[in-house]
Design a protein around this ligand. Structure first.
Ligand code: NDP
Length: 277
């Protein structure tokens, strides 16, 4: 019997040890009868371009890119999707016909996770907390869901304003955390990194109603500070970012393999692993 050589994929980053991408992609592959080999690769801070070139010479088919190389991946790509170009960052590279194609699947991963949880985005009023790379990455796919408004509130308001100018869409506006007082939203997405250090963005408790859904892009073994706080204020539903992580991987997998994997069993498996650590 002929032995099939697996198609090769990588995730490049620094640090990379924590990455769950190889596990996620291998589960997608085994559930969809795809034969792939996906490895994580620690790349020297000044070695990204060389690492990608080496991998292409070895026959690599595609790669995910994580911190701190997403902007370098954008610069390296020969062709970009609109969402990657506007995000200013690439997390998915595809090597085909001698060219490097760059995409950004973070926003679609978030949108798919929200929809999977039954969140209605069309005509909704959305508050996004934070104005860093993650927000820039998700705005175009979020706007494509036809929300009524997306308000970006950030500790440094000038960064939120800069994002509004960059995307130039009348549904977008920027404000400080305090300026959210008295406003009514259907969904709040915490895209600050505050949860990583157990902190809360200083938004007023009064904006949490029993109708509101609160999403934290951060996830972990325990509920994040934001999720705990939102629950304590009586939010209708709380969701963490594990599904976004798996969702962005699923979109990358679909780009490479032409098959959209089922994310639910993978999210459940990762959740169970998190609970054991
Ligand atoms: P950046 O470093 O680019 O931006 C960080 C943002 O958090 C800034 O807006 C910053 O505000 C704000 N911030 C940091 N600390 C605080 C605080 N204590 N109070 C209020 N605001 C704070 O990070 P990213 O945008 O790349 O990522 C944001 C988060 O999203 C990270 O925690 C990351 O892990 C998570 N993420 C999750 C993904 C997933 O798949 N689940 C995918 C991508 C990101 P300021 O501008 O004022 O400094």
């Amino acid at each position: 019997m002929t032995k099939i050589t697996p198609d090769q994929y990588r995730v490049f980053g620094n640090p990379i040890e924590h990455s769950r991408s190889p596990d996620i992609h291998h589960i997608f592959a085994s559930k969809s009868q795809q034969i792939i080999n996906y490895q994580k690769q620690l790349v020297a801070i000044d070695g990204f371009s060389a690492a990608v070139t080496d991998f292409i010479h070895q026959g690599g088919k595609g790669a995910n890119v994580t911190v701190p190389f997403k902007e370098q991946a954008l610069a390296l790509a020969d062709e970009l999707t609109e969402r990657a170009s506007l995000a200013g960052a690439v997390n998915t590279l595809t090597f085909e016909e001698g060219k490097i194609f760059g995409d950004n699947t973070d926003g679609e991963g978030l949108v798919q996770d929200l929809l999977m949880h039954g969140v209605i985005l069309k005509q909704s009023k959305i508050l996004i907390l934070g104005a860093g790379g993650a927000v820039r990455g998700v705005l175009l796919p979020m706007l494509a869901q036809n929300p009524n408004v997306i308000t970006i509130a950030n500790r440094t308001v000038s960064k939120a304003k800069a994002l509004c100018r960059h995307f130039d869409d009348e549904r977008l506006s920027a404000c400080s955390f305090d300026e959210t007082i008295g406003q009514k939203f259907d969904l709040i997405i915490n895209a600050t990194s505050a949860s990583l250090s157990g902190d809360l963005p200083s938004i007023p408790a009064s904006i949490i109603t029993n109708e509101i859904i609160c999403y934290d892009m951060v996830y972990g073994k325990n509920e994040t500070a934001f999720i705990q706080w939102a629950k304590a204020q009586g939010a209708k539903q709380v969701i963490d970012g594990l599904g976004m992580l798996v969702g962005q991987a699923a979109v990358s997998f679909a780009i490479w393999r032409g098959i959209t994997p089922n994310v639910k069993p993978v999210i459940e498996k990762l959740r169970a692993t998190l609970n054991k650590t």
